[in-house]
Design a protein around this ligand. Sequence first.
Ligand code: GLN
Length: 347
Amino acid sequence: MLNRRKFFGAMTAGAAAVAAPGLIPSAKAHACSASAPSEAEIKAALAAAYTAHKGVSEGQNADYIPALAKVPSRYFGIALASADGQVREVGDSRQPFTIQSISKPFTMALVMQESGPKLIEDSVGVDATGQAFNAIFAIEQHRGREMNPLVNPGAIATVGNIKGASPDEAWGKIIRFYSACAGRQLQVDAEVYKSESETNQRNRAIGALMSAYERFPMDPEAATDLYTRQCSVSASARDLAIMAATLAFGGRNPVTGQQVIDRALVPGILAVMATAGLYDDSGKWLFQCRLPAKSGVGGGLIAVAPGRFGVAAFSPPLDEAGNSVRSQRAIIDIAQALNANPFAQFG
Ligand code: GLN
């Protein structure tokens, strides 16, 4: 049998067993109310979530990427971006950290924009794997298909489908696209990129295997390196809230007003985030929070309330599935407090 612990051996070794955040929302079905939440409601929701979870000490920093182990575990920040381009923040919301897998839906968007959604569907799929994010078993099951761009094999294959004469050209597209979503020029954290590059043997094997199954045309080493670089992009919770809000408002960045992602592509991106945004805990997440979301092993988490807001939280300690403990709890509370629930629009 597949044991998730094996995949995360290095990451969770020695960690006290961490219960997944068992925060079932109250029986009150929180519906997406039509009106935008007021400034006072947002401020109150952020402050309450921050205060409620600031003291949580469960979880452990990712340490399979050595540079991530060094990030202070106490960091905790939350930011929420609204339709009017206002960003409300609490805690360490301006602290930069590496976005890691939060990069994945944005590269997915870039490739869909360049080559159409069918390429993604056909090359890697849009299905949940039920496996850890770096599972090789998931590749073998369907020869690199029937997975999705939010797990490592699918993400590397997605990068490997970017059109470009050279990896540098492809990189230029990635960083420009992310920066347009964030509304400011983003950069790679050189230290994390180096650390991750020195320890990404497993991802290189995954890239090689996906290439062997002809899931993407780019050289596999180049694709894995670009993937490693995109994971090492540095951003704050504030930046990520704006990136999430770009998805929430149909691909239009509410701060800059730029239409970055084709509106028609966004529902498909959100569907895959709902299916696979928190890896093998995605179902549990959706049941508890109701919002499409994406986590990263740097401790970041974004969630999208379509038409209402984008929210991001940052706190490095992770649970066993690789999702930030405090970030999950904070966003679940905020979604509930602001009645953000796309599944409860009953008219
Ligand atoms: N760069 C990390 C990896 O490939 C990203 C994983 C994650 O955030 N879940 O292992």
